[in-house]
Design a protein around this ligand. Sequence first.
Ligand SMILES: Cc1ncc(COP(=O)(O)O)c(C=O)c1O
Length: 281
Amino acid sequence: MPGVQFMPFPHEYRCPLGIGGEAGVEALTHYFTQFIEDVESGVSLPAAVILEAVQGEGGVNCAPASWLRAIREVTRKYGILLILDEVQTGFARTGKMFAFEHAEIEPDLIVMSKAVGGGLPMAVLGIRREFDVWEPGNHAGTFRGNQMAMATGLATLQVLQQQNLAGQAERRGQWLKDRLVELQAHYPALGQVRGRGLMLGIEIVDERQPADRHGHFPMDPALAVAIQQQCFKQGLLLERGGRQGNVIRLLPPLIIDEEQCRQVIQRFDNAVAAALVQLRA
Ligand SMILES: Cc1ncc(COP(=O)(O)O)c(C=O)c1O
């Protein structure tokens, strides 16, 4: 897109600067700040910065709180709108109503979709009052404001709050994450388990190849595909994401129960074993 500048996103496992750890996050924070503040950077001051607090398709990368806070500080200082894309992360998915809450920041705009309609098509743009300059009717369109989706969306919000599904997503997500970390001991191809709440990712790697200087092995997209297909055979539907499609993604319904969580782990375990036999035996 012309006029759009992409900036590197912190990544604990595959730091875009090759630094890693806290130092990598600090360097990226510095780079962002410097880019905005340097009038000779070659890019004029942007109207807005848009980001996901947990990248979804990007491979379940959780933005560090310190980085998000620094971005909020700089964007506020220079009058740049901060837009949080909560299309995947919104509505309790990450253990809080919105993923930016983990960093205790306040965006200027929030983009919402998917869960907001309770299964029916709806998308919502939340705008801080002082920036909402549209008059009623300005944002017109043939299919705007679908009444059925509004009703299901409202019902979904009530269920989310009444049943504290955010808290449940946090607890069940942590349980799943702990079990997946345990599986790493059996399968070195499960390079990293990451995510928040019920938005989890497992980076699939080829541990037979040389590791990078942080001890992380190269991505193994073929094995990730095989694991996904083996899961599918067992009735477990998993997504894939990440730069090379090598991150297996778990996005279960927020109402998943304990027994279903156990089933997920059991079937995933079987699928990894079967995929390794299929590709590496
Ligand atoms: C993070 C993110 N933002 C935006 C979108 C687009 O949302 P919509 O299909 O409602 O336009 C998607 C779709 O998958 C998404 O994952």
